[in-house]
Design a protein around this ligand. Structure first.
Ligand SMILES: Nc1nc2c(ncn2[C@@H]2O[C@H](COP(=O)(O)OP(=O)(O)OP(=O)(O)O)[C@@H](O)[C@H]2O)c(=O)[nH]1
Length: 441
């Protein structure tokens, strides 16, 4: 029971420690992932910022080129060169104040809806004194893009425009990890979004166990106001394999160390239990005969009396003292005397039931406790049997030894209800028999 409790406590302890070890490794992975996230975020912000700046420079150069170019062919060639160096720009063109009179022919290729968009933008540019203004492409089913328009001259009658493809602003998107979410808003977050990307979402368990990193960045200044929203929900894939192995090895090492400790502790407990049992045995048994000693006999008698008190039954205490034992020692030596005592013990046990208690009280004195006594006649028969057994010749070391025995019997409750009373009555009767060898029952 005690060992089971120790095992249970250790198992719980191991589980808690393993969880803590696992968590510490996960938090390390989370820390590293957070660094990756910030590096990715910084790369994107820089990249988009540079592209947006390039948009304005290209538009400015194209506007300046309008005044020195002599033909539309020159303008178109210049635009083509600029587009070739800036893959985010899809179209670069100029147009007039008038909706109906395209300057370089390009506007004529636009749909009415496109043209209306540019006219709206043109008004916004005028409102900003010719400075660049952006507007998202509103056409349905078109690839996400925006127009950037600025005036060519202070009179604000001639304009240049470019169409920028949003996807080309974010070439690094292929590196967006699982659980990643990105949005590019026009203006503030919550306005219309220009571009949205989302990779495989995480499971509910991962959402619960792992943190999510979020960031918002304003980009593009006044001309191209954009907001970049970036989120990354971490999951099991971010827990590094090496960390998993390390956590597993530490946890396993802990388990092995704990099991070794427990095995040693269990052995120690077993040993101390054995020692306790041995000490108990020595304290309660006679070393020579291995019979119960006086201590244990008194204890058994006390228990038997308290049991009988409840049941209202009888018991008998037999006091046995060997006759002519001293001459055995004197004639054949103490060692032979010891052997005789051992044989006596064995014969007594053989004649009695296992539930009866046989004890050696000291020297050549023995006592027997018989419980559940039906009648005195039954005890008389036992006493005769014991006498016969002890009086049988002892064939030891080539000698034939003969002994007699005197037995006194006390009955509970007839002769007394206390241990001392019963033993003293049995002792007295035994002495009576010794002096006058008649069965004293
Ligand atoms: N061999 C041996 N002898 C013991 C041991 N303990 C006591 N004795 C001896 O047993 C004898 C017991 O004394 P008594 O009971 O007077 O001897 P007895 O010859 O039986 O005398 P009665 O009872 O009057 O017949 C003594 O000689 C003790 O030395 C023991 O452990 N081993």
């Amino acid at each position: 029971m005690r060992m089971r409790l120790v095992y249970l406590t250790c198992t719980l302890l191991w589980l808690v420690m393993s969880v803590l070890i696992g968590l510490s490794f996960i938090s390390r992975s989370v820390f590293l992932a957070e660094q990756d996230f910030h590096a990715f975020e910084q790369r994107l912000v820089e990249r988009i910022g540079q592209t947006l700046e390039a948009n304005e420079v290209v538009l400015y150069s194209y506007a300046a080129f309008q005044s020195i170019a002599r033909t539309d062919v020159e303008k178109q060639a210049f635009a083509a060169r600029l587009i070739a160096h800036n893959p985010q720009i899809k179209r670069l063109f100029s147009f007039d104040d008038s909706n109906a009179a395209p300057r370089d022919g390009f506007l004529s290729t636009l749909s009415d809806a496109d043209r209306r968009q540019l006219m709206t933008l043109r008004q916004a540019v005028v409102a900003r004194h010719g400075a660049p203004v952006m507007k998202m492409d509103d056409r349905p089913n078109s690839e996400p893009s925006f127009y950037l328009v600025r005036a060519i001259d202070p009179s604000m009658r001639h304009f240049v425009a470019m169409q920028v493809m949003a996807a080309a602003l974010l070439p690094d998107l292929t590196k967006l990890p699982a659980g990643g979410y990105l949005r590019l808003w026009q203006g503030e977050q919550g306005n219309r979004w220009l571009l949205a990307r989302q990779t495989a979402s995480r499971s509910a368990l991962e959402n619960l166990l792992f943190p999510q990193f979020n960031s918002l960045h304003q980009l593009g200044g006044v001309a191209q106001p954009l907001t970049l929203q970036l989120s990354w929900q971490l999951g099991f894939t971010e827990v590094r394999r090496l960390d998993c192995v390390a956590a597993g090895v530490i946890s396993l090492g802990l388990l092995i160390a704990m099991l070794l400790g427990l095995t040693r502790y269990a052995r120690f407990l077993e040993g101390s239990q054995e020692r306790e049992m041995r000490l108990f045995y020595l304290a309660n048994h006679d070393r020579l005969t291995n019979l119960a000693n006086r201590n244990l006999f008194y204890d058994r008698l006390q228990h038997a009396i308290s049991r009988l008190n409840r049941k209202g039954r009888n018991l008998a205490v037999l006091f046995l003292d060997m006759d002519r034992f001293k001459p055995v020692n004197d004639t054949y030596g103490h060692a032979t005397g010891d052997r005789v005592l051992q044989v006596i013990a064995a014969r007594l046990k053989a004649e009695l039931r296992t539930e009866d208690t046989v004890a050696r009280l000291g020297g050549d004195e023995f006592a027997v406790l018989i419980e559940e006594v039906e009648s005195k006649q039954e005890i008389i028969l036992v006493v005769e049997r014991l006498k016969r057994a002890i009086e049988r010749a002892y064939e030891l070391d080539g000698h034939t030894i003969r002994l007699g025995v005197s037995i006194g019997v006390a009955y509970y409750p007839e002769d007394g209800v206390l241990i001392e009373e019963l033993l003293s009555v049995a002792d007295r009767k035994m002495y009576g028999e010794k002096n006058e060898p008649v069965l004293a029952v």
